[in-house]
Design a protein around this ligand. Structure first.
Ligand SMILES: [Zn+2]
Length: 262
């Protein structure tokens, strides 16, 4: 995507504290106007959820939660995964690549409309630690922008490709207003390419409040999910988005969650 002000990274004040403030000015007014009703609707729903949460304990303090996260889509296997999730009334989190969102806007909208979270996973999936500040800024801001144009909301957090981050990347994410989400368990499904192995690994990694790294671009992962969800339901797990998992907790922009080494 051309025309994004890469140099903007040096003038975004840390005190702005939000990607909305930093990047809203790049959104064309027409898109913003068109998206307004969706944004308002979503805002109302979210504040409703927060209100409900405020009355009692956060959902995951009351229930055994797990956050399944699917990276690198949207991809042609994603609809089958969405069907499985719907069948099990399961919610998940999708870390999308900007260039794929651009090619599959309908599928991106379906993910959003079915109640899953969407996170920023960059435009081209580079290891951010190898890029210049300007390149990192462009990878993230163009992806937030295409997601905003597609679903009317900006992602509230990001996941660095390959989990590659450092203090410089963290500082840039702080400027962009985005916490960094990693995982408690990685299935290495992209290496395994075997439905049974992926299912077994996912079940082994499952734990209360766990964040599990999977990929909906791996067909064996998508095939493994019906069995995985059935098995975890028997263990009384609730499948939740990161937003639900993080209820009652405020992540700072740039902060890494879950903390490394846990
Ligand atoms: Zn990835």
């Amino acid at each position: 995507m051309a025309g994004v002000c890469v140099a903007g990274v040096s003038v975004v004040p840390a005190a702005a504290g939000s990607a909305t403030a930093a990047t809203a000015r790049t959104a064309p007014a027409t898109v913003k106007a068109a998206a307004l009703t969706e944004v308002e609707k979503a805002g109302a729903e979210q504040s409703g959820a927060k209100k409900a949460g405020a009355k009692g304990k956060p959902y995951c303090a009351r229930y055994k939660c797990i956050a399944l996260t699917f990276d690198d889509g949207p991809w042609p296997y994603t609809p089958a995964l969405l069907d499985t999730l719907k069948k099990h009334k399961a919610k998940a989190t999708f870390f999308l690549l900007g260039r794929k969102v651009e090619h599959r806007p309908e599928l991106t909208r379906r993910i959003h409309e079915e109640g899953h979270d969407i996170g920023n996973h960059t435009w081209t999936h580079p290891s951010l630690t190898t890029l210049t500040d300007g390149e990192v800024f462009e990878e993230i801001s163009t992806t937030s922008e295409i997601i905003y144009r597609t679903i009317g909301e900006r992602p509230e957090y990001m996941r660095p490709p390959n989990g590659a981050t450092n203090s410089r990347v963290s500082a840039l994410m702080a400027d962009l207003g985005l916490p960094q989400i990693l995982w408690t368990g990685s299935t290495l499904d992209w290496q395994a390419r075997d439905t049974k192995v992926i299912a077994k690994r996912t079940l082994k990694l499952a734990k209360r409040n766990g964040v599990i790294l999977l990929h909906d671009i791996v067909p064996e992962t998508v095939k493994a999910m019906p069995g995985v969800l059935t098995a975890l339901e028997k263990e009384h797990y609730k499948f939740v988005t990161l937003t639900t998992l993080l209820q009652g907790r405020t992540l700072r922009p740039g902060q890494i969650y879950p903390p490394r080494g846990k």
